[in-house]
Design a protein. Structure first.
Length: 350
């Protein structure tokens, strides 16, 4: 009996030692989440700065999905470059001899263009590209294409007919994602991860402060989306050497701003696509300058997300357009001043 009791006491003591050792090991060894967060924060500090890190951490504390924060933050850093590279414009094809662009997209954007064809957004009629149904496009070129109206949209090509087109794609708004909007199509954890990823992209490219960012265009191939975004003002200033091109664009951008305001819709991650023919057959380049409001995969009205969400993102979109108009106007003024100075200098030499 004594021997058995001694063995029992020894076993109890052994269990206590093992438990103590496990506890110490757990305390000394950070969890996977704890390990990922410092690495993530360090990467964010290098790219976005301390202020951006603070904002992201605070958002995570308020609305991050339980158990997803560490993985989501790491994924933000690793996938931000990928998001900048793709930009949501993959798979676009020419149809009808280049007159029409075929683009795979989501239900929201397909529904938006169907509403446009039905005349439900009259304020936007002359700022949004004309769209067509799959059967209409098939009748034009005799091709089946990569999908149909349940998978694709078919819109006018802004540069069709231009001899030497130059284009610039500018994403408008300080935020390119709304968690509430994302929750309409994905889980809370996935919505939070995507929101965080895009929030980093908005920060490192300057959208969060500037209200817009350049995302691509003629002459920008080879540059990362991050670099293009950070250099947005320079990209705008380098779009044309003709100051009258900027005058035309200011007019058209102002019209887009008015139309968007009248539409009653909120636009998240929508873009302004600008084009000019640098070598037109008869007209001046300024006469060929034109633009469209595009990318409606995250567009909604109060019936989808409520008045507060709509007003919040409408205000952000409007502020971004206002800043873009200001920068385009400044670029035009600088080009005009440079042209006048060069003219005066030439006259003096003559």
């Amino acid at each position: 009996m004594y021997a058995n009791g001694e063995r029992g006491t020894g076993a109890d003591e052994s269990r206590r030692r093992r438990a103590t050792a496990r506890s110490a090991a757990t305390t000394a060894r950070p969890s996977a989440e704890a390990e990922s967060v410092p690495a993530t924060m360090l990467a964010l500090q290098r790219t976005a700065g301390n202020a951006a890190v603070s904002r992201l951490v605070e958002e995570g504390r308020r609305g991050g999905a339980p158990g997803a924060r560490g993985g989501a933050s790491g994924e933000v850093v690793q996938r931000a470059a990928e998001e900048e590279q793709t930009g949501g414009h993959g798979g676009i094809k020419d149809r009808a001899g280049g007159r029409i662009k075929e683009k795979p997209t989501n239900d929201v954007e397909r529904g938006f263009y169907a509403d446009m064809r039905a005349g439900r957004h009259p304020a936007l009629e002359d700022v949004v590209p004309q769209s067509y149904t799959a059967p209409q496009v098939e009748a034009m070129d005799g091709q089946k294409g990569g999908g149909d109206d349940s998978t694709h949209i078919y819109i006018d090509n802004l540069t069709f007919g231009m001899k030497t087109p130059k284009v610039l794609d500018i994403k408008v708004g300080e935020s390119t994602a709304s968690k509430q909007e994302l929750l309409t199509s994905m889980s809370h954890a996935d919505a939070w991860k995507k929101k965080m990823k895009l929030k980093v992209a908005d920060t490192v490219t300057g959208s969060a402060d500037r209200g817009y960012r350049a995302v691509g265009g003629t002459g920008l191939k080879g540059k990362s989306r991050r670099a293009i975004g950070q250099e947005s003002e320079q990209v705008v200033r380098g779009f044309s050497e003709d100051h009258s091109v900027y005058d035309t664009l200011v007019e058209q951008l102002t019209h887009v701003r008015t139309a968007a305001g009248k539409s009653g819709l909120a636009f998240i991650a929508a873009s302004v696509l600008i084009a000019v023919d640098e070598q037109p057959a008869a007209e001046s380049p300024a006469a060929t300058a034109k633009l469209n409001l595009i990318d409606f995969a995250h567009t909604f009205g109060p019936e989808q997300l409520g008045k507060d969400q709509v007003e919040k993102y409408r205000a952000r979109f409007d502020a971004g357009l206002a800043r873009l108009i200001e920068d385009v106007k400044a670029a035009g003024a600088a080009k005009k001043q440079a042209a006048e100075k060069a003219g005066a200098s030439g006259a003096e030499k003559g």
